[in-house]
Design a protein around this ligand. Structure first.
Ligand SMILES: *Cc1c(COP(=O)(O)O)cnc(C)c1O
Length: 351
């Protein structure tokens, strides 16, 4: 039988998102790195002010209100900002604009699986280079490939480590293609690569409101780069990729940096506590600058622990992949949620 699809689509696996039980399901959800705290009250208040006109009319194609809010919060020019329906949308636009066939997509492994998925859809060839010991960035290997697009998630998922800005600077200076620094978790980190956007016209830094700003359901993310790089991306993005409500709610959230930072501080304190308690149970815990921990259980297999926790109402993330199949990625929840996790691990496995 002939396929409906192009050969690359027929043969690819497709991205598998983390499980999303219905809101209200009595489950502790530590599998997709959502923020355990609600969005900014200022952002929620915007919803009360909306009337039907906001829905009847098309939204601003460039989400200029939101670009202005980003400009003020991050001290970058508003015309250096491209807004997406989640940062995944911006990543997708970059692959569609810059990748194809031998215009390859490179990234260190392990990292965010969507980079591969987007390349497979295009299709563009992928180059996967393993991280070194202790997650050293393989700079020379990535430079040698000089791909059309090089993706670096920093902080990285699922490892949680930050790539030092100086390593990224060296990489940017030697690549002629685009260097995408995906900072989805930057709100929980000590370092940002944002200054590189000033220094290099081939660098784009990607941010999201899904993690730090507790707005994963809203779907809002953005990229910061010099106008020459954004010019091509604007040709590719959907005309109305940001809905009117997301633009307004997101702008209010972006203007409330104090609230976002206060929640991030709470998460960081809980992260240290959870890491300590897991270590006391014998887990290996990698240093994290994100709102999750990559951990390796002291005994028993990670998949069994994942399944047992799930039965008991706690979802964590398990990746059946080389190098990760003996580990779990656990989102940092509230202290109360983290305590329940520790208690269950102790009760069921006696760690
Ligand atoms: C969560 C995540 C994203 C996706 O963010 P959205 O803005 O919700 O699309 C992008 N990159 C990484 C590394 C992530 O973990």
């Amino acid at each position: 039988m002939t396929s409906f699809f192009r050969p690359n689509i027929e043969s690819m696996a497709g991205y598998v998102p983390g499980e999303q039980p219905k809101p209200g399901t009595p489950i502790i959800k530590l599998n997709t790195n959502e923020n355990p705290y609600p969005p900014s009250p200022a952002a929620m208040a915007v919803l009360q002010t909306l009337d039907s006109e906001w829905l009847r009319r098309y939204p601003d194609p460039y989400a200029n209100e939101f670009r202005q809010a980003v400009s003020e919060a991050l001290n970058v020019p508003a015309n250096w900002v491209i807004v997406g329906n989640g940062s995944d949308d911006v990543l997708n636009v970059i692959v569609r604009a810059c990748g194809e066939g031998d215009r390859r997509v490179a990234y260190p492994m392990p990292t965010y699986v969507l980079y591969r998925t987007l390349a497979e859809i295009q299709p563009a060839k992928t180059v996967e280079i393993p991280y070194g010991e202790d997650f050293q960035l393989p700079i020379a290997e990535l430079v040698a490939e000089n791909a059309a697009i090089t993706f670096i998630a920093s902080p990285n998922s699922p490892s949680g480590h930050v790539v030092p800005t100086n390593d990224l600077r060296q990489l940017a200076a030697q690549l002629s293609g685009v260097l995408v620094v995906d900072e989805a978790y930057v709100d929980f980190a000590d370092e940002t690569a944002l200054p590189l956007v000033q220094e290099f016209e081939n660098v784009i830094v990607i941010r999201t409101l899904s993690k730090g700003y507790s707005l994963a359901g809203l779907r809002l993310g953005f990229g910061v780069a010099q106008p020459r790089l954004l010019e091509g991306l604007f040709k590719v993005k959907d005309s109305y990729n940001i809905d009117a409500i997301a633009c307004l709610v997101g702008s209010a959230a972006m203007r409330d940096q104090a609230y976002k930072n206060a929640c991030a501080e709470k998460v960081k304190v809980s992260r240290a506590q959870l890491a300590l308690e897991l270590k006391q149970l014998g887990f290996r815990v990698w240093d994290s600058q994100t709102n999750f921990l990559l951990v390796q259980p002291p005994m028993g297999d990670a998949e069994t622990i994942y399944l047992t926790l799930k039965e008991q109402g706690i979802l964590v993330r398990y990746f059946k992949q080389p190098g990760l199949s003996d580990k779990l990625r656990i989102t940092v929840g509230t202290d109360e949620q983290n305590q329940k996790l520790i208690q269950l691990l102790f009760a069921h496995f006696g760690f």
